[in-house]
Ligand binder design. Structure first.
Ligand code: HEM
Ligand code: HEM
Length: 323
C-alpha cells in the first residue's frame, strides 16, 4: 500500500486498514505483552530500589544455572531476569506474528524494532551486571526500558479494533491553538525528564536539574491539557487522554516530592528502607504511565485532527495566472 499526503493522512489510512485487517487476538496479545512490560519495569525498579543489581554476579546464567535458589536479593534480580525472558519471548512471537499477518509495512517494522529493543535491553542488563553497574549503562538500561514500553503502547494503539465513538479527522486543528506539535513537544520533554530522573537515581546527583525538568514538564502538560479541554472539547478521545495525563502528572509530582523526602529521611540507613523502595518504585512506574499517556495523546491528536486550512493555503489568483 502506498500512502500519500500528510503524516496525519498516513495515520488515518493505517487506522482504516487496521479495521479491515487486524485480527482480534493479535491486539489482545499486544495488550498482554504491554501489561507484562509494565510489570517488568516495576520488577526492574525493585532491583535498583533494593540495591540488588549485583545479587547475581554472572550473566546470562545465574550462579551458573537457570534457576538459582530464590533467597535474599536474588529473588529480585533473578525474578527480574525471568520476567524479562518472558517478555523477550512474547516480543519475539509478536514480531513474527506481525511480520506474517500484518498488512501495514510500518506496523510490521515497529514489531521488529520492538524485538531489537528487547534484545538490546537484555544485553544492556547483562553488561551492567558484568561491569558492576556503571552509571551510564544502568541509566541507558532504565531509559531503553521506557522507550520499549512506549513502542509496545504504540503497537497496542495502532492495532486497536474499531471502537465505538472513535473519531477520524473529524475536527480541524485550530491554527490559533495547535495541538499536534504541542503534544509531541510535551512527550519529548517527559522523556528527557525520565532520562534526568534515571541519572539522578543511579548517580545520586542532579536533583536541581530534575526539579527544573519537572517545572518544564508541568508547564507543558498544563498547556496541553488546557488547550485540549478548551479548543478540542468535541473529541471525547482527546479530552479523556488529556484529563488522564493531567491526573497522572499530579500524582507523579507528589511521588517525586515523596521520593526526595523518603530518601532524605533514610539517608543513613544501612539497608534500603521499605518506604524508599515503595515510593521510588511507584515514581518510576508512574513515570512510564505519564510518558505513555502523553504519547497516546500525541498519536490521537494526529489521528483525530486534520490540518487547518490556513496551514495549506490555496494558490492565489495571481499565482494561478502566472503558473
Ligand atoms: C528485556 C527487558 C528488560 C527490561 C524492560 C528491563 C527494565 C529494567 C528497569 C526499568 C530497571 C530499573 C531501572 C531504574 O530503576 O532506574 C532495571 C534494572 C535492572 N535490570 Fe533490567 N530490564 C530488562 C532486562 C534485563 C536483563 C536481561 C537483565 C540481566 C541481567 C537485567 C538486569 C538489570 C539490573 C542488574 C538492574 C539494576 C541496575 C542498577 O541497579 O543499576 N535487566 N531493568
Ligand atoms: C514531571 C514530573 C516528574 C517525572 C516524569 C519524574 C520521573 C522520574 C523518573 C522516571 C525517575 C527514575 C528514573 C529511573 O531510574 O528509571 C525519577 C527519579 C527521581 N525523581 Fe522524579 N520525576 C518527576 C518529578 C519529580 C519531582 C517534582 C521530584 C521532587 C523532588 C522528583 C524527585 C525524584 C527523585 C528524588 C528521584 C530519585 C529516586 C531515587 O533515588 O531512587 N521527581 N523521576
Amino acid at each position: 500500500m502506498i500512502y500519500r499526503g500528510s503524516r496525519g493522512d498516513f495515520l488515518v489510512q493505517m487506522e482504516i486498514d487496521n479495521q479491515q485487517a487486524n485480527p482480534f487476538w493479535l491486539h489482545r496479545f499486544i495488550l498482554f505483552t504491554t501489561a507484562c512490560t509494565f510489570l517488568l519495569i516495576i520488577a526492574g525498579a525493585l532491583v535498583t530500589g533494593n540495591e540488588a543489581g549485583l545479587a547475581v554476579p554472572d550473566w546470562p546464567l545465574s550462579y551458573g544455572s537457570l534457576m538459582p535458589p530464590m533467597v535474599g536479593n536474588i529473588r529480585y534480580e533473578h525474578g527480574h531476569r525471568m520476567i524479562a525472558a518472558f517478555v523477550g519471548f512474547l516480543t519475539t512471537v509478536l514480531a513474527v506474528w506481525l511480520w506474517r499477518r500484518e498488512p501495514r509495512r510500518a506496523v510490521r517494522w515497529l514489531g521488529l524494532i520492538a524485538l531489537g529493543m528487547v534484545i538490546g535491553q537484555g544485553i544492556l542488563g547483562g553488561i551492567t551486571v558484568l561491569l558492576f553497574l556503571p552509571t551510564v549503562i544502568s541509566v541507558s538500561h532504565a531509559c531503553l526500558a521506557q522507550a520499549f514500553f512506549c513502542t509496545m503502547v504504540s503497537l497496542a494503539l495502532v492495532t486497536a479494533p474499531k471502537q465505538q465513538g472513535l473519531e477520524f479527522r473529524r475536527l480541524t486543528e485550530n491554527p490559533g491553538a495547535p495541538l499536534q506539535r504541542l503534544c509531541v513537544l510535551t512527550t519529548a520533554a517527559i522523556y528527557v525528564q525520565l532520562i534526568i530522573g534515571a541519572a539522578l537515581r543511579h548517580s545520586k546527583s542532579g536533583i536541581l536539574l530534575h526539579l527544573g525538568g519537572a517545572f518544564v514538564v508541568a508547564v507543558l502538560v498544563v498547556l496541553t491539557v488546557a488547550r485540549t479541554l478548551r479548543h478540542y472539547g468535541g473529541s471525547l478521545q482527546l479530552v479523556r487522554s488529556a484529563s488522564i495525563l493531567g491526573l497522572l502528572l499530579t500524582g507523579q509530582l507528589f511521588l517525586g516530592i515523596g521520593s526526595y523526602v523518603v530518601r532524605l529521611t533514610a539517608r543513613n540507613d544501612v539497608q534500603p528502607a521499605l518506604s524508599v523502595v515503595t515510593v521510588t518504585t511507584a515514581h518510576v512506574a508512574l513515570g512510564a504511565l505519564v510518558l505513555a499517556t502523553s504519547l497516546i495523546l500525541a498519536i490521537q491528536s494526529h489521528r483525530t485532527l486534520s490540518p487547518s486550512l490556513e496551514t495549506t493555503p490555496l494558490p492565489s489568483a495571481a499565482q494561478r495566472v502566472t503558473s
